[in-house]
Design a protein around this ligand. Structure first.
Ligand code: GDP
Ligand code: FO1
Ligand code: CA
Length: 318
C-alpha cells in the first residue's frame, strides 16, 4: 500500500522531498523510497553510498545544496590527511562529517549488518519522513565501459574525468545474480502507486530496474507507474545523464527516455509520463507508445514547485 518512489541521488532526493511534502499535505502515510546503490564504492577502507547518502542528508535537511553532494558546512581535515597518506583518490573529497557516516556504516557492515539494516539504523537519527530501502544488499557497483576498451568505476569516470571519456556502455557486475533488498519487491507489488523520480535513467534508475525481480514487480503491481522526465527541453537539468543516455542509444529528449522505459502495456514499466511544458510537442509521440502523458512544470526550483510536481505525479496515478 502507499506510495513507492524509485530514486537516485540529487534529482531523486529533491523529488522525494516533494513527495514527502505532498503526502503530508494530503494527510497520507509516508512513502517508501527504493534507492540506487550502483554508485557505491569502497574507498580508503570505507563503503560510500553516494545516492543513499544524498537521500538521507536531503531528507534530514543536512545536505550541501550548492555542491549537490555531502554535508552542509563540512570541512576537509581528514581528507587532507588521507591525501598525505596517499590513500583514496586525489580528485575525490571525503568531508569530515561525511566520513563519520562512512565509518559508522562500514563498522556496522563489519559487525554483520546488511546494508538494509544499516540504512534502517541511519534513518533513526533524523525524522526523515520516508522509509528508505537500498535496491539490493549485494555489491553491484556501476562500471563504465569506455570506447577504447578500458573499464572504470562510475565514480572515477564522473568525478575524475567529468564524463569526458566516451562511454560505450555501463555494467553492474554481479547484478544478474543479486537479490532485491528485503521489502523491495513487496513494496512495489503492494504499492497504491509507484513514482519513478526524474533521476538519471541509465546509472540511477537503470541499476534499480536491473535487480532481478524489480522490473517484473513493476509490471505486476496493481497500482499505476508514473515517471517524471529528467530531461527538459532536450537538456539535462544537471549532471551527465545526456552522456549516459547517448551511450546506450537514447536521445536526450523526454520522448526518447519514455521509449527507453517503455509502456507497461508493451513490456515496459510506464503507465504515465510527466513532461515539461517546453516538451508538450512530444506528447503525441509518447502517447503513440501506449503511455499517457501529463504536461506539468518540471523544474524543482524551490519547496513549492517541488511539492507541486510531486502532487501532480501522485494525482496522475489516481
Ligand atoms: P544523482 O544520482 O545525484 O546523479 O541524481 P539522480 O540520478 O537522482 O538525478 C539526476 C537527474 O536529475 C539529472 O539527469 C537531472 O536532469 C535531473 N534533475 C535535476 N533537477 C531536476 C529538476 O528540477 N527537474 C527535473 N525534471 N529533473 C531534474
Ligand atoms: N562528486 C564530485 O564531483 N567530487 C567529489 O569529490 C565527490 C565526493 C563525494 C563523496 C561522497 C559522496 O557520497 C559523493 C561524492 N561526490 C563527489 C558525488 C558523487 O560522485 C556523484 O555526484 C554521485 O554519485 C552521482 O550520483
Ligand atoms: Ca546516482
Amino acid at each position: 500500500s502507499g506510495v513507492v518512489v524509485l530514486a537516485g541521488g540529487v534529482g531523486g532526493s529533491k523529488f522525494t522531498l516533494g513527495v514527502r511534502a505532498a503526502l503530508a499535505t494530503l494527510g497520507e502515510p509516508e512513502a517508501t523510497v527504493i534507492v540506487n546503490t550502483g554508485d557505491d564504492i569502497w574507498l580508503s577502507g570505507v563503503r560510500l553510498q553516494p545516492d543513499v547518502d544524498s537521500m538521507v542528508y536531503a531528507l534530514a535537511g543536512a545536505n550541501d545544496t550548492e555542491r549537490g553532494w555531502g554535508r552542509a558546512g563540512d570541512t576537509e581535515r581528514v581528507n587532507t590527511e588521507l591525501q598525505a597518506w596517499g590513500t583514496g583518490w586525489p580528485w575525490f573529497t571525503l568531508g569530515d562529517l561525511d566520513l563519520g557516516t562512512h565509518i559508522a556504516r562500514t563498522g556496522w557492515l563489519r559487525d554483520g549488518l546488511t546494508p538494509t539494516e544499516v540504512l534502517e539504523r541511519m534513518s533513526k537519527r533524523w525524522p526523515l519522513g520516508a522509509k528508505l530501502l537500498p535496491m539490493t544488499d549485494d555489491e553491484v557497483d556501476t562500471h563504465v565501459l569506455l570506447k577504447n576498451g578500458e573499464r572504470l568505476h562510475f565514480q572515477e569516470w564522473w568525478t575524475r574525468y567529468r564524463a569526458q571519456l566516451p562511454p560505450a556502455g555501463f555494467e553492474n557486475p554481479g547484478i544478474a545474480d543479486s537479490f532485491a533488498a528485503p521489502g523491495v519487491i513487496e513494496a512495489i507489488e503492494d504499492a497504491e502507486l509507484v513514482l519513478i523520480a526524474p533521476s538519471n535513467p541509465v546509472v540511477s534508475i537503470g541499476p534499480i530496474l536491473a535487480v532481478p525481480g524489480i522490473h517484473e514487480a513493476l509490471r505486476a503491481t496493481g497500482g499505476p507507474v508514473i515517471g517524471v522526465s529528467p530531461i527538459i527541453g532536450g537538456n539535462v537539468v544537471r549532471g551527465m545523464a545526456d552522456v549516459c543516455l547517448n551511450a546506450v542509444g537514447v536521445r536526450t529528449a523526454a520522448d526518447a527516455v519514455a521509449a527507453h522505459y517503455g509502456a507497461r502495456l508493451d513490456g515496459g514499466v510506464l503507465d504515465t509520463w510527466l513532461i515539461a511544458e517546453e516538451d508538450a510537442g512530444l506528447a503525441a509521440s509518447v502517447e503513440a507508445l501506449g503511455i499517457s502523458v501529463d504536461v506539468v512544470p518540471l523544474w524543482m526550483r524551490d519547496a513549492d514547485t517541488t511539492e507541486a510536481l510531486a502532487a501532480a505525479a501522485i494525482s496522475a496515478g489516481r
